[in-house]
Ligand binder design. Structure first.
Ligand code: MG
Length: 318
């Protein structure tokens, strides 16, 4: 079977640049894919790389698309190298979506975590999100000095209703001592988990932290790709895996990993459009046991335009 390939780069501006310990991020850029089979069935996919998170760069992904012929085969899709994980996801998800009948509009078993802005802005940002139904919030730490952040954190914990769940994400921005300080405080007030306290190279120390404190530790940067997930699992990680499916690689092999090892997973966004998001929620996750944790896809409020329905309005005309 041959598939006609069309693709189109996109760029979406964040309402305000996203501040992480990796720096400022102002535009989300990626590539939308369209596969058409001989019967005229269409499958959409999305390549949404984050180079600083361990995937290929946008230009590498674009170069890969550009060297492909107009007609590709199943072999083309399943021979994309592991060095292009976001391309693996984009092409394989487009191919799986050709049978559109199993793609639902939404997955009713999911609950969402909303990302709060970094720093003091979180103190006023949670309330409208709470009114819209959010019950789990994520707040980034490791950006300002610990003392300052702990002050805001204490205010935030007191402001949030007691039924709210709060997750902290350090984006590998803490050292051992800072991580211990945060975990002592987290243990005393109750935090759902602390995400990636230490750099990827300090895997053994993160194992130690998860033994030493009650607050669970989630790996994120350490498990950006499926190969890294497998490696951490083999090295004894039984804590939480934050899975950014759009950059993890082959969705088929990711599903297999989840079925085999049943890891404690937090499905998470890479600020992809509704195309990748719908595939992840209604096809990838829906094929697995319902997730026990809120998924990190509460990100639409971070963009200026509403792309909620974008997968129905994409034009691939050149
Ligand atoms: Mg994270």
């Amino acid at each position: 079977m041959q598939y006609r390939l069309n693709y189109r780069p996109y760029s979406r501006r964040f309402r305000q640049p996203l501040l992480t310990s990796h720096g400022l991020w102002s535009d989300r850029q990626g590539i939308l894919l369209q596969l058409t089979d001989a019967e005229g069935q269409v499958g959409l996919g999305e390549i949404a790389p984050i180079e600083w998170f361990g995937s290929e760069s946008l230009s590498q992904a674009l170069a890969f698309c550009q060297q492909l012929p107009e007609q590709i085969t199943i072999d083309t899709i399943f021979s994309i190298p592991d060095s292009l994980p976001a391309c693996q996801f984009g092409f394989e998800s487009a191919w799986e979506s050709l049978d559109d009948s199993s793609l639902a509009k939404s997955n009713p078993t999911l609950t969402y975590s909303s990302l709060l802005p970094t720093g003091k802005a979180a103190l006023s940002a949670w309330e409208p999100l709470w009114s819209q139904g959010s019950r789990t919030f994520k707040w980034k730490i490791g950006v300002a000095p610990v003392v300052e952040e702990l002050q805001v954190f204490t205010q935030l914990v007191h402001a949030l209703p007691s039924t709210a769940k709060l997750r902290l994400d350090a984006n590998a921005g803490l050292n051992w001592q800072q991580a211990c300080t945060w975990l002592e405080v987290a243990d005393s007030v109750g935090v759902e988990f602390l995400e990636q306290p230490l750099p990827v190279s300090q895997f053994d120390q993160m194992l130690k932290l998860s033994d030493r404190f009650q607050t669970p530790i989630a790996l994120d940067e350490s498990v950006a790709t499926l190969a890294q997930m497998q490696q951490c699992y083999q090295q004894g990680w039984r804590g939480i895996f934050v899975v950014k499916a759009a950059i993890a690689g082959s969705p088929g092999r990711l599903r297999q990993f989840c079925r085999t090892y049943e890891p404690d997973v937090v499905w998470s966004s890479v600020f992809e459009t509704a195309i990748a998001r719908r595939f992840i929620e209604t096809k990838l996750i829906a094929d697995l046991p319902p997730p026990s944790r809120a998924i990190g896809f509460g990100t639409e409020h971070w963009f200026t335009e509403d792309w909620q329905a974008s997968f129905e309005n994409v034009s691939f005309q050149k």
